[in-house]
Design a protein around this ligand. Structure first.
Ligand SMILES: *Cc1c(COP(=O)(O)O)cnc(C)c1O
Length: 467
């Protein structure tokens, strides 16, 4: 491990170099550091990457073009990029026990697009798609695109519904996947908030999807991937798991056996910057059957790879292979459970009544607030969260009735279960002291709220003291 002194010298020097060119950017970077240091970062998808990971991103690899993949590059002089890409893939395969790893995707969305195209190319007989794969995408004619659209047809995807915690990229309208696929979703049981596997199996039998997707960004429970694979097999679907949120818990062996997606799925996608604590980016893991199609991700779906980010992925994955990462992953869940208990004990309403992963979904209708009001009131008080729909949300996806909180970032800061109880107290204090506001014409507002600024300031100071 490097010394804290070497780390702070490196960042100070970098800021000095940036300041000499555009001081306002150096200031913004400094301000961001201060914000992230002083507020309670409870956004479930955020974390703090290590100095080694951050520093691996700022260097000459950023200047190198490397379209294609190892052994099939469209550019010369990629020998050092090859080392980086191979090492990142090697660490990923070892860490997750996967046969193949593709480490180029620039984000989680991109990783999903690579996976969707790989599955389509593998499963659907389409001469136009074959033609598209041997040419640069830019060279395709309009006829090619029409043929592609006709031959791929409306393939079917079955994924988790948005308001049960599924993700936009699993076939929903605001994302291209919603235009690529005829999508149907499975929800959660209204009484328990849990996935009902019999209902998923029933939906699969009726709908007969090409792809069954599991994975979520706001479901506070484990998913049994062995059962999901059985359902996929029973209808001949390809089983894809998007572990963007919980990859760190898989890496840290908190999710094992039926709850580890890698041995059960045909293909697994993830981000690298959430609980996995790496640089912003994505990754695809799969068996040998899909490997060749996945490796065609660039240039089929992705722009040129980001070698500096692949270098940072290799660093972060090496960190995740060390024994202390397993300890980190276990503490993430201990902390989420302590936070959930702290909230429940103070009377908060939680979706599914608790958690067995890194996140907790608070139903703030119990406080008479919308998610939007709660999110802003907490932000005023130095507690950074995000609003999120709850199942069958009466306030829709914009105002929502939920607040999603997660513990990966605060666990990285070294906070433990006692601080989680204190955090629950602060959240409960703010939410129980906030009241809904009204519009100028006196009608109730779903966005405005009233919170005593002195109380918000006091909580913000208490929040900083916890860090
Ligand atoms: C965050 C997330 C993504 C998207 O990741 P980006 O890196 O923001 O593109 C995809 N799928 C799931 C389930 C996620 O939680």
């Amino acid at each position: 491990m490097s010394s804290p002194n070497a780390e702070s010298t490196a960042f100070r020097s970098a800021l000095e170099v940036i300041r000499a060119v555009e001081p306002r950017i150096a200031d913004a970077i400094g301000a961001e550091l201060a914000d992230q240091r002083e507020s309670l970062k409870l956004i479930a998808s955020e974390n703090y990457a290590s100095p080694a990971t951050l520093l691996a991103m700022g260097n000459w690899f950023s200047d190198k073009y490397a379209e294609g993949t190892i052994g099939r590059r469209f550019y010369a002089g990629c020998q050092n990029v090859d080392i980086v890409e191979a090492l990142a893939a090697e660490h990923a395969k070892e860490l997750f026990g996967a046969a193949h790893a593709y480490v180029q995707p620039h984000s989680g969305i991109d990783a999903n697009l690579v996976a969707f195209w790989a599955i389509l190319a593998d499963r659907v007989e389409s001469p136009a798609l074959r033609r598209a794969q041997v040419r640069q995408v830019n060279d395709l004619t309009e006829q090619d695109w029409f043929a592609l659209r006709r031959e791929l047809g409306d393939q079917r995807m079955l994924g988790m519904s948005l308001d049960s915690g599924g993700h936009l990229t699993h076939g929903f309208r605001p994302n291209i996947s919603g235009k690529m696929f005829d999508q149907r979703s499975y929800g959660t049981d209204p009484a328990t908030g849990l996935i009902d596997y019999d209902r998923v199996a029933e939906a699969a039998r009726e709908f007969r999807p090409l792809i069954l997707v599991a994975g979520y960004s706001a479901y506070p429970r484990k998913v049994n991937f062995r059962i999901m694979r059985e359902i996929a097999d029973s209808v001949g679907a390809t089983f894809m798991v998007d572990m963007a949120h919980f990859a760190g818990l898989v890496a840290g062996k908190v999710f094992t056996g039926d709850f580890d997606p890698v041995p059960h799925a045909h293909i697994v996608t993830t981000t690298t910057h959430k609980s996995l604590r790496g640089p912003r980016g994505g990754m695809v893991l799969c068996g040998p059957e899909l490997a060749d199609q996945v490796d065609r991700g660039c240039p089929m779906v992705l722009g040129g790879p980001l070698p500096h980010v692949m270098a940072a992925k290799a660093v972060a994955l090496a960190e995740a292979r060390r024994p202390d990462f397993a300890d980190y992953a276990r503490r993430i869940v201990d902390n989420a459970q302590a936070l959930a208990e702290g909230l429940l004990g103070r009377g908060a309403k939680l979706v599914t009544g608790g958690t067995d992963n890194h996140l907790v979904l608070i139903d703030v209708s119990g406080y008479g607030l919308t998610g939007r009001q709660a999110e802003q009131a907490l932000l005023d008080s130095g507690i950074v969260t995000n609003r999120n729909a709850v199942p069958q949300d009466p306030n829709g996806a914009w105002y929502t009735s939920g607040i999603r909180v997660g513990t990966p970032a605060l666990t990285t800061r070294g906070l433990g279960t006692a601080e989680m109880d204190a955090t629950a107290e602060l959240i409960h204090t703010v939410l129980s002291q906030t009241t809904p506001g009204s519009n100028a014409d006196g009608t109730p507002s779903k966005a405005k709220y009233v919170l005593d600024p002195a109380l918000a300031d006091k909580v913000a100071r208490q929040a900083t003291d916890l860090l």
